[in-house]
Write a protein that binds this ligand. Structure first.
Ligand SMILES: [Zn+2]
Length: 229
């Protein structure tokens, strides 16, 4: 069986979606790309989370041909592949319709940096893409790349992150990107938490955003000091 470790990681990260209340029924998907072979491991289409296993993950090449697996890959596979083809630095993608973050996607409303935890992880506002149609097939991936590739980001964020890791896809949902599937999953959890807290604050009043200088301080502390390394 190909890519045993990556299969295991992609399976585990898919199982984190229902655990973290980011999905309902069979919606949502996680994929991971192996840089050596350029093969992508992704969740099968329409299979219940409780019925998934590492063996049921599907392996496709960057053209979307199934290389290993008996099940059909996620219907969103091409959107993942369009991103992987262009960004060698992205090796993990998560897609959900998690409701708090998605409500901002519905309104086309970016999330400014109000929370210190938002500043820690992202250091800039959470951006919304243009609306993308399911036809032509590559439109979603292209809309995602327009935001992923956006160079209009603070220099001190670019120093640590070569791409925009979160995109709210207009009228649709959330896509997150990482160097690994686990990293992309972490962002999917955090962005939902940030959106939820911001939403609750908006129901009670008007939160004050953090100044750019304060955002920079939190971001740099988190990326340069926090943790055991
Ligand atoms: Zn979707």
């Amino acid at each position: 069986m190909l890519l045993k470790e990556l299969r295991e990681e992609v399976y585990k990260m898919n199982m984190e979606l229902p655990k973290n209340n980011l999905v309902v029924l069979t919606s949502g998907n996680v994929s991971g790309r192996d840089l050596k072979t350029n093969l992508v491991v992704i969740k099968p289409s329409g299979v219940k989370y409780e019925d998934l296993s590492p063996e049921k993950m599907v392996i496709v090449d960057l053209d979307g041909n199934v290389v290993e697996g008996n099940l059909k890959p996620s219907v969103d596979t091409l959107s993942h592949l369009v991103v992987y083809r262009e960004r060698k630095d992205i090796c993990g993608i998560v897609h959900t319709h998690s409701p708090f973050a998605t409500s901002f996607a519905l309104l086309g409303k970016p999330i400014p940096v109000y929370l210190t935890s938002h500043a820690d992880y992202f250091g800039e506002e959470i951006k919304v893409s243009r609306y993308a149609s399911p036809i032509p097939l590559e439109d979603v991936g292209k809309a995602l790349l327009e935001v992923i590739n956006d160079e209009n980001r603070p220099e001190w964020v670019k120093k640590h992150s070569s791409f925009t890791p979160v995109v709210l896809l207009k009228n649709h949902g959330v896509f997150t990107f990482g160097k690994t599937p686990s990293e992309a999953l972490k962002y999917a959890v955090i962005v939902e938490e940030v959106a939820k807290t911001y939403y609750f604050a908006l129901t009670m009043g008007t939160p004050e955003s953090l100044s750019t200088l304060e955002v920079k301080k939190w971001y740099e502390r988190f990326h340069e000091v926090y943790g055991q390394n």
